[in-house]
Design a protein around this ligand. Structure first.
Ligand code: HEM
Length: 211
C-alpha cells in the first residue's frame, strides 16, 4: 500500500506543478499543443507508445522535476568511511543530505535557473535516470527510486493527455502573476495552495465517454 500511495502521490504532485508552471507560460502550452496536434491529432488520446515522439512534453516533465523535485533532500545517507568532498572533511558516520532542490537551481549549473524553460532540454542528453548529477529527481545509486520508470511514464502520459484533451486557463479574474507558487517543504513538497484551474474539453465528445 505504501508503495502504491508513494508512487501515486509523487506523480500527482509533479503533474500539478507542471500544470501550474504552464498556466504561467501560455506560450509553452501553445508549443505542447502544436506537438500533440501534429503527432497525435485530435481524434484520439495519447498512449505510452507515443511518448518517444513527444520530445517537448518530455522536456516539460524534466523542467518540472528540475524546479520541483518531489523529494528535495532525497533520502538521508550515512557516510560509511571518512571522505573529503570539495575540501570538506566528512567523517564516517555523518548523516548526509543531498539537496537536489538546490542543485536544480544552482546558477553554476543552469542558465537562468529560476526560469521555466523546457527548451533547455531539447537536443540535450541530460536525463533523470540517476546518471546526470545535475538532475536527480529520482535520486541515484543503490537507493535510487526503484519505481522511476513507472513514475516517469505515469507523469508523461497523464500530463500529455491533460494538455491534449483540455484547454487550460486560470479562474475568472486571476492573472498568471497572481498564481501562487509556494510549496510545503516536507516529504513530497506539494503546492501550498491546491491549484484551481478552468478546463474545457477540446477533443470529439465520444472520446470522453470512453475514457
Ligand atoms: C514521480 C514519481 C516518483 C518520484 C519523483 C520518486 C522519487 C523518489 C526518490 C527521490 C527516492 C529516493 C532516492 C534516493 O535517495 O536516491 C525514491 C525512493 C523510493 N521510491 Fe520513488 N519516486 C516516484 C515514484 C515511485 C513509484 C511509482 C514507486 C513504486 C511503485 C516508488 C517506490 C520507491 C521506493 C520503494 C523507494 C525507496 C528505495 C530505497 O530506499 O531503497 N517510487 N523515490
Amino acid at each position: 500500500m505504501d508503495l502504491i500511495a508513494g508512487g501515486t502521490e509523487s506523480s500527482a504532485v509533479t503533474v500539478e506543478w507542471a500544470i501550474s508552471e504552464l498556466l504561467k507560460k501560455p506560450e509553452v502550452i501553445a508549443k505542447a499543443t502544436e506537438e500533440l496536434d501534429r503527432v497525435i491529432g485530435r481524434g484520439r488520446w495519447v498512449t505510452e507508445k507515443d511518448i518517444p515522439q513527444l520530445p517537448y512534453v518530455d522536456a516539460i516533465v524534466k523542467e518540472t522535476m528540475r524546479l520541483h523535485p518531489v523529494a528535495p533532500l532525497l533520502v538521508p545517507r550515512l557516510a560509511r568511511e571518512d571522505a573529503t568532498v570539495a575540501g570538506y572533511d566528512i567523517p564516517a558516520g555523518t548523516r548526509v543530505l543531498v539537496s537536489v532542490w538546490s542543485i536544480g537551481r544552482d546558477p553554476a549549473l543552469w542558465e537562468s535557473p529560476e526560469a521555466f524553460m523546457p527548451e533547455r532540454f531539447l537536443g540535450s542528453k541530460l536525463d533523470v535516470k540517476g546518471q546526470d548529477y545535475e538532475l536527480l529527481p529520482f535520486g541515484s545509486g543503490r537507493r535510487m527510486c526503484p519505481g522511476y520508470s513507472l513514475g516517469l511514464k505515469v507523469i508523461q502520459v497523464s500530463l500529455a493527455n491533460l494538455l491534449h484533451g483540455f484547454t487550460w486557463s486560470l479562474p475568472n479574474g486571476m492573472t498568471k502573476e497572481e498564481l501562487n507558487m509556494e510549496e510545503i517543504f516536507g516529504l513530497s513538497t506539494p503546492r501550498k495552495f491546491p491549484l484551481e484551474a478552468v478546463v474545457k474539453p477540446k477533443l470529439p465528445a465520444h472520446l470522453y465517454a470512453e475514457a
